[in-house]
Design a protein around this ligand. Sequence first.
Ligand code: SAH
Ligand code: SF4
Ligand code: F3S
Length: 474
Amino acid sequence: MAEILQKVVDESKQGEAFAPFAEDPNQYSKKFYIESYGCQMNFSDSEIVASILQEEGFGATRNYEDASLVLINTCSIREKAEQTVRNRLQAFRKIKEQRPGMLIGVLGCMAERLKAKFLEEEKLVDIVVGPDAYRSLPGLITEAEGGQKTVNVLLSREETYADIAPVRLDSNGVTAFVSIMRGCNNMCSFCVVPFTRGRERSRDAASIVNECRDLFERGFREVTLLGQNVDSYHYSPLATTAANEAVTFARLLEMVAQVSPLLRVRFSTSHPKDITDDVLHTMAAYHNICRYIHLPVQSGNTRVLQAMNRTYTREWYLSKVQRIREIMPDCGLSTDVISGFCTETEEEHADTLSLMELCRFDMAYMFSYSERPGTLAARRFTDDVPENVKKRRLEEIIRLQNGHSLESYKNDIGKTFEVLIEGDSRRSDADWCGRNSQNKMVVFPKGTQDLKKGDYVQVKINSATSATLIGEMI
Ligand code: SAH
Ligand code: SF4
Ligand code: F3S
């Protein structure tokens, strides 16, 4: 049982903090430290914040004890995510007691959700900034240096930070996130994101392609295009001439894929209601668009999906999966699942398990439902599935998925994959690690060949666990 619970922690997408580095920390007069929680979008936003701060003479440091400005980029997706942030703030409190001049700023979704309340609840916080207000950080810092507590949580209908070149934090120099849109117009009833991130807006396609080209020229070999619902990407240039027509997600994928055949393209997240054949055919047409789709299902039961306001049925989801496999038989597939949503019965939970049996996901992020204040579900339904039942259902989901993951990875034994080298394996610097197109991590001995990060190699798989393929170069 302990092992299963550990898996929940590992796969919860939470608590992945990072501290950045400066190319030359002494180049800057002041130092900031930033830690990020939550989704890839938040990590990507931290790189925008780093860029804005660098303009102001702040260099990034990995050590918060050296920083005059400590920032925490927060997540509100589940109660536990917020608790993690509060615990972290307690750790910062100790440093602040010794160095009262140090400023503490809260960024991201929790800042947006709690707004000025944050300053009342957490007295040590000086600055509260929401996801659309990062351009105002320099002004807020100046005010805070003057002793004032400051807040800017205005959401915007236009802000995409299109013109800001992100400072790559804690980068491996090979893979990078590129934000293509912000906000979300879906109203999944369990979800806080539409409230913390505001209305959906798409970033200028040309600025996305330029950022990807620039990354490629600097040696990066993989970009992940980020949005809460990438399939609804839609950018209309102001001048609508024939040559300037609106850019859809399929078109954007193609534009990025054409930067170079050596640049891999990934994306996240797709919504089952919006993913089109156009996107699937574009993926199939380009070798460098990775054969991997993260397609969150949330539940395998149509009534629950309806209560979640996901706007698709079990059958619709299954037919999308079938379509993906028709067009790309070798496509990797992963999902998100929520156990114990309001009013979910045992039979409905069994439908989730049976859908998982039918889809055989390679990987899944699995959660038990956590009611978020202000969401549609919190207003409309009672959070009526007892905690122990949610937990037991989640354990059943995880146990099933662990079996499917192991089966999927074992199935690759004997196959040969193209792998992009990302760096030394975590266990040993005698081994390389990197991913195959299907997003599976592959580990293999370096051997005598003169290879480096960012190189592509062919690797034959000899063994597998439920999360790693182990092989040798051929
Ligand atoms: N935009 C993405 C998901 C963003 S949130 C999408 O639509 O797929 C990532 C995942 O967190 C969701 O897919 C969902 O499985 C989970 N999640 C969101 N709100 C939750 C809540 N209140 N309780 C438990 N899990 C939640
Ligand atoms: Fe949340 Fe749904 Fe939007 Fe995803 S699509 S961010 S789950 S509201
Ligand atoms: Fe969390 Fe906000 Fe992302 S709530 S999951 S950091 S969009």
